[in-house]
Ligand binder design. Structure first.
Ligand code: NOJ
Ligand code: CA
Length: 570
């Protein structure tokens, strides 16, 4: 089977009608404003993506997922959408979008776009209408407006804290100029939450899903998929950490998160997805209890759900093994395949996380907090990161991930081995609301959103002919695409080789654990004789018999060194 697929892999990837393409796809996440800038204004754009399609094709990915490119004031990196059915004029036009999609499809790459249904921006027509229309109006019913507490309504309806800090309620000024009602926002005040009890909200998102599906989009990534339906009954007011998700209920009755009725929405959406050939796919960003992922991933629902377990895990064999086993079982429950991911636009790049501490575990709080970058404040300074170790482990982990059944998500720049940018981004250049609203606590997510270095020389390292909307440190030069393309030992060459092999070796979604020399080594095989062995320990280990296909670090006297993965054909 392998040789046939090898010869034909480009044909297989070009088959845009294959309804099951997503099950073991590799999906590359593009953060459009930081990928490539075609017109030199310092902001990445859709033409920039189009210009880099040959690069994406050479990387061997099956799909791209584009973070929001819609009109936005960028109060939250584009996750504050002014208009769901247009392109931000700062980064292109709908024609550019069509051109980009056509070029990607031509290269056999599918297109996934981000849908942000929990909240719009406060510049969305509906929100402007809601404020203008006044108390009790139908327009206000599209959002979550309440009267304040206190004698003059001067206090927020409750004391909940938004995810980016501050109150989760914001007071508006009524059309007559008086202080007025309050609206609810899970995230920044510029991101008012929709009222999903309102049928108009349902209808509008259905229109949006059809709009992009009709334009040829292959799938959707659903932002905050577990947060849309809410029960803001005052009975819950006393719950303190309600928005952080730390007190997730498992009974589907939490006031905000993972409520059972959220699935009614996705059942409606599924009908729309299935109107298309092949059916459009969707993947939920749902931070829920692992066993509750299955409903998001079911074929009556979105169809797939992110699992962020490896992203939050220590670099330890036992932890990886448990997570892999559990998630393959959860996936089997839902009938979907699972998704694996180490890096995205919300978290510290894994090449940096893994270099943060020489041996010990990564503290979850250092990594997450809606991607909070607490690690720079309380977890360590940039100069304490062992970048070499970090990259070495990141490559080992990624190679392991690429051998797993299910889909693998890569984040732009990880194929270059890019490190997180830390203190080098001065406060005045920061963009993330998590930084501004949580000063001194969170450094924010800008450090993983710095524009890519395409060339070792030049003003923005080949990002564009002009500058870069977030400053790139000098060391970005060392990671540039042009140099790595020439170097067979580069991280980019490693990723390309790994992706090509993945296409060649990928078969049934099965995994068997194999005996390993010690507890720090994970060895599994896939049907067809594909073996993956990762050494999480500190001493080199012997490899089993077989043809060595790829190793994330050079073997030492024929042994697999520490912090490395090898693939064998046996
Ligand atoms: C999750 C997105 O990945 C993140 O970037 C964003 O800030 C929040 N959702 C709010 O939309
Ligand atoms: Ca531009």
């Amino acid at each position: 089977m392998t040789s046939m697929l090898a010869a034909d892999s480009s044909v297989a990837r070009n088959d845009l009608d294959d309804a099951l393409w997503w099950r073991q796809a590799s999906v590359y996440q593009i953060y459009p404003r930081s990928f490539a800038d075609a017109n030199g204004d310092g902001i990445g754009d859709l033409k920039g993506v189009t210009s880099r399609v040959p690069y994406l094709k050479a990387l061997g990915i099956d799909a791209v997922w584009l973070s929001p490119f819609y009109p936005s004031a960028l109060a939250d990196g584009g996750y504050d959408v002014d208009d769901y059915r247009d392109v931000d004029p700062k980064i292109g036009t709908l024609e550019d979008f069509d051109e980009m999609t056509a070029a990607l499809h031509q290269a056999g790459i599918k297109v996934i776009v981000d849908i942000v249904p929990n909240h719009s921006s406060d510049r969305h027509t509906w929100f402007l209408e809601a404020v203008a229309a006044g108390r009790g109006s139908a327009a206000r019913e599209r959002y979550i407006f309440r009267d304040g507490k206190g004698e003059h309504g001067e206090l927020p309806p409750n004391n909940w804290t938004a995810i980016f800090g501050g109150s989760s309620w914001q007071r508006i000024t009524e059309p007559d100029g008086t202080p007025g009602q309050w609206y609810f926002h899970l995230f920044a005040p510029e991101q008012p939450d929709f009222n999903w009890k309102n049928p108009e909200v349902h209808a509008d998102f259905e229109t949006t899903l059809r709009f992009w599906s009709d334009r040829g989009v292959d799938g959707f990534r659903i932002d905050v998929a577990h947060g849309l339906t809410k029960n803001l009954d005052p009975a819950f007011d006393h719950l303190k950490s309600v928005l952080s998700g730390q007190d997730l209920f498992e009974d589907g009755q939490h006031p905000i998160w993972d409520r059972d009725e959220v699935h009614d929405i996705y059942a409606e959406w599924r009908k729309i997805f299935n109107e298309y050939t092949p059916p459009r796919i969707a993947v939920a960003e749902a931070w829920v209890e692992p066993h509750r992922r299955a409903r998001y991933a079911s074929s009556e629902g979105l169809g797939q759900s992110f699992n962020f377990d490896l992203l939050q895990a220590d670099f330890r064999a036992a932890d990886f093994r448990k997570i892999i086993g559990d998630n393959l079982a959860f996936a089997a429950d839902s009938g979907a395949s699972t998704t694996w991911v180490f890096s995205n636009h919300d978290v510290v790049r894994h090449a940096t996380r893994y270099g943060l501490q020489r041996t010990g575990a990564q503290d979850e709080a250092q990594i997450m907090n809606v991607g909070g970058k607490q690690w720079l404040l309380d977890g360590g300074r940039q100069d304490e990161v062992d970048t070499e170790l970090g990259l070495r482990r990141a490559k080992a982990a990624t190679q392991l991930m690429l051998a797993l059944p299910g889909s693998a998500y890569l984040y732009q720049g990880e194929e270059l081995g890019l490190q997180e940018v830390g203190e080098e981004i001065a406060d005045e250049h920061r963009q993330d609301p998590a930084f501004f609203r949580n000063k001194g606590v969170e450094i924010g997510r800008d450090g993983c959103r710095v524009p890519l270095p395409w060339e070792s020389q030049g003003s923005s390292y080949g990002f564009g002919a002009g500058g870069s909307h977030l400053p790139q440190p000098q060391w970005f030069s060392r990671y540039a695409v042009d140099a790595q393309e020439q170097d067979p030992a580069s991280t980019l060459s490693f990723y390309r080789r790994a992706m090509a092999l993945r296409h060649e070796l990928q078969s049934a979604e099965e995994l068997a654990w194999e005996a390993s020399p010690n507890e720090h080594v994970l060895h599994f095989s896939r049907p067809g004789g594909w073996h993956s062995i990762t050494n999480f320990g500190t001493t080199p280990v012997a490899l089993p018999e077989g043809e060595l296909l790829l190793a994330s670090a050079p073997l030492e006297d024929g042994l697999l060194p520490a912090n490395a993965t090898a693939w064998l054909r046996a």
